[in-house]
Structures are given as structure tokens and as C-alpha cells.
Write a protein that binds this ligand. Sequence first.
Ligand code: HEC
Ligand code: HEC
Length: 308
Amino acid sequence: MIDRNSLARVALVGVLSALSSAAFADGTTPAAASASSVSAAAAPAKKPFTPPAESTMPTDGFGQSAKLGEQIFTHTAQFAGKYVGNTLNCASCHLDAGRKADSSPLWGAYPLYPAYRAKNGHVNSFAERLQGCFQYSMNGNAPPLGDPVLVALESYAYWLAKGAPIGTKLAGQGYPKLPAPAQKTDYARGGAIYAQHCALCHGADGQGQSSGGATVFPPLWGAHSFNWGAGMGDIQNAAGFIKANMPLGLGGTLTDQEAWDVATFMDSHERPQDPRFVGSVAATRAKFHDTPLSMYGQKVNGRVLGAP
Ligand code: HEC
Ligand code: HEC
């Protein structure tokens, strides 16, 4: 389906690739550059799983539920508004409606549950895993187990994983895990990369862009983005996502170091409070963010991040 938004995106991607090709004075293209700086993200060892084609989605009761799940995934506020507290969609971070390899695709996730999660200290059903993304990534409320929203999302993920082996980590599952950066990550370097490669779409102020009330380019920080409890607030997750998928349409063109630096820059900005807040930023950091991969509770530009 081509709509105004996709056209706006295609146009911008075109502009951007033109700009970055021009920037390579030696005549190499961004694609050639990424092939020489080979990364695990750009060259997965195994061919990723191929989910069923959209045209094969059944039209029976199950198919209708899967279809609703897809709509919730791509237009989350419209179809599951009471559980959403920001302007993101599930598909803002799980690209191509949850199909894209290295973008935590639903077909990679579904076969791995039930699974133990250190985040909440117990074995999670797939539905519980979905609840977590509403609470943190969508800065909203978890739909209760059995809620039609969760049922529809489960149907959609189950359908996308049709034919995938159960209990096996497939190539392309999750976001790629980048090795530790060669140089200590740097906010200022990250800011320069942001201005050059990201601001065109996400805005100089990180607030994204919308058109007619619909999010075209999602906000990366601030009141309308994911909250401090979200997985994308972990710099390693963010760096892996960015390396494989951003700038949109040019995944794999940043170096690992650039991805780490720009992820650090992004995650060094204010965003909604961690819903697990225990009364003080220091105590919340000690309990949930006690890692160099979280900027929560750290001082940046003279301000403690997460301070109410
Ligand atoms: C801001 C980005 C973001 C948004 C928006 C988002 N997610 Fe996620 N999602 C993540 C990250 C990051 C992870 C991995 C977290 C981790 O490993 O700690 C994840 C993990 C998942 C997983 C588990 C993947 C696996 O392989 O185990 C599922 C399922 C999922 N998300 C579903 C959803 C659904 C459904 C929505 C919308 C209601 C959503 N996500 C919205 C970032 C996002
Ligand atoms: C050509 C436009 C474009 C450029 C340039 C771009 N992005 Fe994105 N970005 C998008 C779109 C669109 C999405 C949402 C995906 C979707 O809706 O299909 C997105 C999603 C994201 C997300 C997950 C959603 C969120 O709001 O947190 C992050 C993080 C992100 N981009 C970071 C970056 C970074 C960092 C750069 C620069 C290295 C960058 N992007 C460059 C268009 C762009």
C-alpha cells in the first residue's frame, strides 16, 4: 500500500542516499563502503527465515485475528489506543511490520517462548513478553492477559512464524549484538553523526515528524518516545538496532563505532520516567540500571537524566 507517508519516506531516503553518495569523494558508494567494513549485521552467517507472504494470510477467524494483530502492530495508537502512551508503533522498532531480519522480527521471537527473562525474574509466556513492550517501549499500560489486543498480536506472530522450528534461535532473530566499541563511546562524536545521518528524518531535536496526526518519523527521545525502562534505552540494543537498520534504507553503512556513539547520544537525552521508579533516581538506577549501558541517573550536560 502506497500512502503519503511512504512516499515522503521514499523521497527522503532518495535525497539521503544522493547526499551520502556525493560525500564519498573517491567514487565509492555507501554500499561498497559497507561491504568493505563487513559486519555481522550486514552478512548473517545463515540465510534468515522467510515468513509467509502477506497474500497468503487466511481469511477465516484466525486470519481475521492475525490481520487485526498486524494493524495493531503498524498503527498501534489507532488500534490499541488505551494501552499506548506515546506516538510510536510496534513497527517503529520492529521494521517491515515485524518481518525484517535483524530488527527483532516476530517470526524470530515467537518460537523462543516461553522463555526466562532476567528483567522480571520468571519464565514469560509470549503474551507476557508483549505486555512488556506496551509498558516500556510504548510508554503505556500492559493489556491484561486474554485481552483481544494480545490475542490478535499472538495470532499475527504465530502466523508469521509458520513453518519455523520451535525453540531454535533463527538467523536474524533479535537485534545484532555488536562487539564492545574499540574506543570509549563519545556523546560529542555521536551528536555529529546524528546531525549528519539522522536529523533529516528524526529532527534536529529528536522529536521526529508527523503528518495529519500520523507518525512518519518517530521521536527518538522526549515525552513522546519510549520510556527509561525500554530495551532501546540499553545502549547495546540501540547500537545493534541502529547499525542494522538506520539510516532507514541504508542499514549497515555506519561503522560499529559510529553506531555505538550515536546510540550513546540518543540515549543521553531525557524521556518518560521508568514506570518501575522507586522514589529516587539513585535508587532506581541501583535497582534497574546498574550498568554502563544505561545512561539513566547519569549526569549529562549538567543534568541528571531521569530526575523528575
Ligand atoms: C522503542 C522501540 C520498540 C517499540 C516501539 C516496540 N519494541 Fe518490541 N522490542 C524492542 C527491543 C529493544 C526489544 C529487545 C529487548 C531486549 O532484548 O531487552 C524488543 C523485543 C520484543 C519482543 C521479543 C523479541 C524476541 O526475539 O525475544 C517482542 C515479541 C516485541 N518486542 C513485541 C513488540 C510489540 C508487540 C510492540 C508494540 C506493542 C513493540 N514490541 C514495540 C523495542 C521496541
Ligand atoms: C530516511 C529517514 C530516516 C533516517 C535518515 C533515519 N531514520 Fe531512524 N527511523 C526512520 C523511520 C521511518 C523509522 C520507523 C520505522 C518505520 O516506521 O518503518 C525509524 C526508526 C528509528 C528508531 C526506532 C524508533 C524510535 O523512535 O526510537 C530509532 C532508534 C532510530 N530510527 C534511530 C535513527 C538513527 C540513530 C539514525 C541516524 C543514524 C536514523 N534513525 C536515521 C527513518 C529514518
